[in-house]
Design a binder for this molecule. Structure first.
Ligand SMILES: *Cc1c(COP(=O)(O)O)cnc(C)c1O
Length: 358
């Protein structure tokens, strides 16, 4: 079994790709010069951790992941701080969640220290790719796929772990922009006993139809309701959701159908630090609509690594359009964004020890 003390082989790329200017970066289209790889076989465990030049994977067409979707991933970021140092944001929490997803999909877990080492080693090799301007970052995508060439339904006996890196631009080039969200009751994303709490492509495949319908109707995102009653708010599908009702901040509990977002956890921790009234409890869409009618619905925002905090300017449900804070960014929404981004770029003290220097 491979442990973090096993040496990581590094094969450097002989040619370097041109690196776009920070101002030209979008999201997820540009990749760096190297990738991290490790293999798993039943007899050996995870073995041969290595850094290689970035390039295509060669897979047999019978490879299990291509047929039965046994795959998981993570998404985190590295930032260049104001002091010029490169830091990862909460990598331990992401390594922990990778193993949580692994257990759900019968994928063998990895030593969290090896995961951490893979991230710091790869980011270090490609460190000149980490954008330097505030708002820009290096997105890190660890992935595990079932790599055994085998057609049959059972957990695979071989796996591939890889990590790729993508320099990304500011999620909001013109500043934070409130989004319009359609609340759907025709489709569901996940049900209790399903894969909703795992970060796996299958959940994204299940969300596409709803997202396309919403896009055609002029909305940016979809808010899913619970799969049983189609009543309780779950999540946006790429983001967790938080709602400020009067002086209470509510977010749906982690009941197995939604993802345990790291940004969700960061926002909850900060708001508790600030002595705000925060509850993880079931909240129905009817409660939100009633609050809007009574004038107590103050702010709604999404949380996720890509956008950090995403203000919601409008919710639409059963044909009714519900404006939130007159479509403007709420005060707490902005405060959370500034606080998290401040820690990420080292302009604010990291009192919780969330960042890891590379
Ligand atoms: C990744 C993800 C989130 C956000 O999680 P973060 O750790 O905050 O980036 C929320 N929902 C789903 C379904 C996700 O895959």
């Amino acid at each position: 079994m491979t442990t973090h003390s096993d040496p990581i082989r590094i094969t450097r790329a002989t040619t370097r790709k041109p690196r776009p200017k920070d101002s030209e970066l979008g999201f997820g289209t540009v990749f760096t010069d190297h990738m991290f790889i490790a293999d798993f076989e039943e007899e050996k465990g995870w073995y041969d951790p290595r850094v290689e030049p970035y390039g295509p994977l060669s897979l047999d067409p019978a490879t299990a992941v291509l047929h039965y979707s046994q795959a998981i991933f993570e998404g985190l970021k590295a930032f260049t701080g104001r002091d010029g140092k490169i830091r990862l944001f909460r990598p331990h929490k992401h390594a922990e969640r990778l193993n949580h997803s692994a257990r759900q999909l019968c994928i063998p877990p990895m030593d969290p220290e090896l995961v951490l080492k893979s991230l710091t080693t790869l980011v270090d090799v490609d460190r000149e790719w980490v954008p330097k301007s505030v708002g820009h970052a290096l997105y890190i995508r660890p992935t595990i796929i079932a790599s055994e060439p085998f057609l049959g339904v059972r957990p695979a006996k071989q796996y591939l772990y890889f990590v790729i890196l993508s320099p990304v631009g500011a999620y909001y080039p013109e500043g934070m922009n409130p989004v319009k969200i359609l609340v759907v009751d025709k489709y569901v994303r996940a049900v209790e006993g399903g894969l909703g709490a795992a970060k796996t492509g299958a959940n994204y495949a299940a969300s596409l139809h709803a997202a396309e319908d919403a896009k055609h109707a002029g909305f940016t995102q979809v808010l899913f309701l619970d799969g049983v009653h189609r009543k309780y708010i779950e999540e946006v599908g790429t983001m967790n959701i938080m709602i400020r009702l009067g002086d209470e901040i509510v977010t749906p509990p982690l009941g197995g159908t939604i993802l345990a977002g790291v940004t969700r956890d960061s926002a909850l921790t900060l708001m508790r630090d600030w002595d705000l009234t925060v509850h993880e409890r079931p909240i129905s869409i009817d409660e939100v609509v009633a609050a809007a009618h009574q004038g107590t619905l103050r702010e709604v925002w999404g949380t996720g690594t890509a956008a950090v905090i995403s203000p919601v300017g409008e919710l639409a449900y059963k044909g009714e359009r519900i404006p939130i804070n007159n479509g403007r960014i709420g005060e707490l929404t902005q405060r959370l964004y500034d606080a998290i981004v401040g820690i990420q770029y080292a302009t604010a003290p990291d009192t919780h020890g969330w960042t890891v220097e590379v």
